[in-house]
Design a protein around this ligand. Structure first.
Ligand code: HXC
Length: 297
């Protein structure tokens, strides 16, 4: 799909993406790169990183990959330092690395719970913490007028409650809280903008196939979802908006990109029935108020 943004939107910028070699993270890498940014991707699996870097370069994007686990502070520090060594600056950090599996709460061990918190929440904080010195206003050269930008990939699972996702819901709630706290502190002190994106159901992703496995469903997943499926491109466009000057007045927000999915509830009645009966129901309740004793009328 063609981007509505200008190709030079992020010209001269450097971005580091955790989880940037696969899924939503990879599509964000592609779109940041296509809009002029140089891109470093970090992930645990060497072969996945290598093929992502090759694919990025084949599209004319200046790209490099580093192996690393966001749960290890040394890895975070090393990858950030290597990105700086390679590209000379850092403007954008995208925390897209995440872990997930479907599990009823009673079958989830404390270590399983902790593992996802460690990847999503502690990993996000660790990367932000280690990136701070590179993202501060002026860190990318004397003339850099503003600090950098951080985007934390979240979810909408915790806005209500989601079956068999207690660990991820807790982790993403923490991520959103980290986004707001850092936006407040680092926005004020260092001119760094910290925002989040909460994707809805996005086709062709690990999250989607893990959370709605076809073999557990009675009908095709497309029929179960109330709103349309999103594309990885939709999330990447939101990332371009938030990381570029288009979003320069946005700080501390987690942008929901889900086609309205999290707001949807089943309708109790068909719309036609409401159109026909709405006024009759009103008249009835005016004539015979419920819960008011007759003697008082
Ligand atoms: C119950 C499980 C489990 C399962 C793992 N565990 N899978 N418990 N049901 N299906 C438990 C293990 O038993 C262990 O606890 C603990 O979790 C750690 O497991 P490990 O396999 O040792 O961890 P690790 O190798 O580090 O792998 C982490 C992982 C894995 C999260 C479990 O799935 C992973 O690496 N995922 C990364 C890729 C990924 O998931 N991407 C999807 C992101 S989608 P015990 O007690 O036995 O030691 C996404 C979407 C968000 O984030 C929401 C969108 C709507």
């Amino acid at each position: 799909m063609e981007s509505p943004f200008k190709a030079e939107l992020l010209k001269g910028k450097v971005a580091l993406l955790t989880g940037g070699a696969s899924g939503i993270g990879y599509e964000i890498s592609v779109q940041l790169g296509k809009h002029g940014a140089s891109v470093a991707v970090m992930g645990r699996r060497k072969h996945v990183i290598d093929s992502a870097v090759e694919a990025l370069r084949s599209q004319g994007i200046s790209a490099i990959g580093f192996e690393g686990d966001v749960r290890k502070r040394d890895d975070a520090a090393r990858v950030l330092e290597s990105t700086l060594k390679h590209f000379g600056r850092l403007d954008i950090l995208v925390n897209a690395a995440a872990g997930n599996f479907l599990v009823p709460s009673e079958d989830l061990s404390p270590n399983g719970f902790r593992t996802v918190i460690d990847i999503d929440a502690v990993g996000t904080f660790t990367m932000c913490h280690e990136a701070l010195k590179y993202l501060k206003k002026g860190a990318s050269g004397k003339n850099s007028a503003a600090g950098g930008s951080i985007i934390n990939i979240s979810a909408t699972l915790h806005y209500t409650a989601t079956w068999y996702q207690i660990h991820v819901s807790a982790a993403k709630a923490a991520v959103d809280s980290i986004t707001r706290s850092l936006a407040l502190e680092w926005g004020t002190d260092y001119d760094i903008r910290v925002n989040g994106i909460a994707p809805g159901p996005i086709e062709d992703t690990a999250g989607f196939s893990k959370l709605l496995p076809q073999e557990m469903l009675s009908k095709p997943k497309e029929q179960i979802l109330v709103s349309k499926l999103g594309k990885k491109w939709d999330i990447a466009m939101a990332a371009l908006y938030l990381s570029s000057d288009a979003g320069k007045y946005i700080n501390g927000t987690t942008l929901v990109v889900d086609g309205g999915e999290w707001l949807t509830k089943p309708a109790y009645f068909p719309k036609e029935a409401v159109k026909q009966l709405s006024r009759a129901v009103e008249r009835r309740s005016r004539d015979k108020p419920v819960g008011v004793a007759k003697s008082k009328l």
